[in-house]
Write a protein of this length. Structure first.
Length: 124
């Protein structure tokens, strides 16, 4: 693991995020009330970019029907991100999928240095 400086903390405000690529790693950095969180930019559903991308939300409507709805929680809870491809939701802080308990997105630790710069701890 190595800490990589990505930007100044003032560039990502509460409720916002940015996508970064460092070497072979693509990830989104999110700011929620209590801190900064980084998620791997790879959705476990079909391998699309979880943290960016155009919406094709209707593609799997028939697949996600049982008890859950696409984008069911993201409007009501501030710590969730919905994949822009099909709307499956994940907890930004843990990477846990709300639709399937066996899906979890890799998370990376984010720290703020003395100058206010964000650093993400990435695998070598
Ligand atoms: S690729 Fe993310 S919900 Fe389908």
């Amino acid at each position: 693991m190595s800490k990589q400086a990505i930007c100044h903390s003032s560039e990502i405000t509460v409720g916002k995020h940015k996508v970064f690529t460092v070497g072979r790693h693509s990830f989104g950095v999110f700011k929620v009330d209590e801190g900064y969180y980084a998620l791997k930019n790879l959705c476990p559903h079909q391998g699309m970019s979880l943290c960016e991308g155009a919406g094709v939300f209707d593609q799997i409507e028939g697949e996600v029907t049982a008890d859950r709805k696409l984008r069911e929680y993201v409007a009501a809870e501030k710590n969730l991100v919905a994949c822009p491809w099909h709307g499956i939701e994940f907890d930004i802080r843990t990477g846990q999928c709300l639709f399937r308990q066996d899906w979890k997105v890799k998370t990376y630790e984010v720290t703020v240095d003395a100058d206010g710069n964000l650093q993400v701890d990435l695998p070598d």
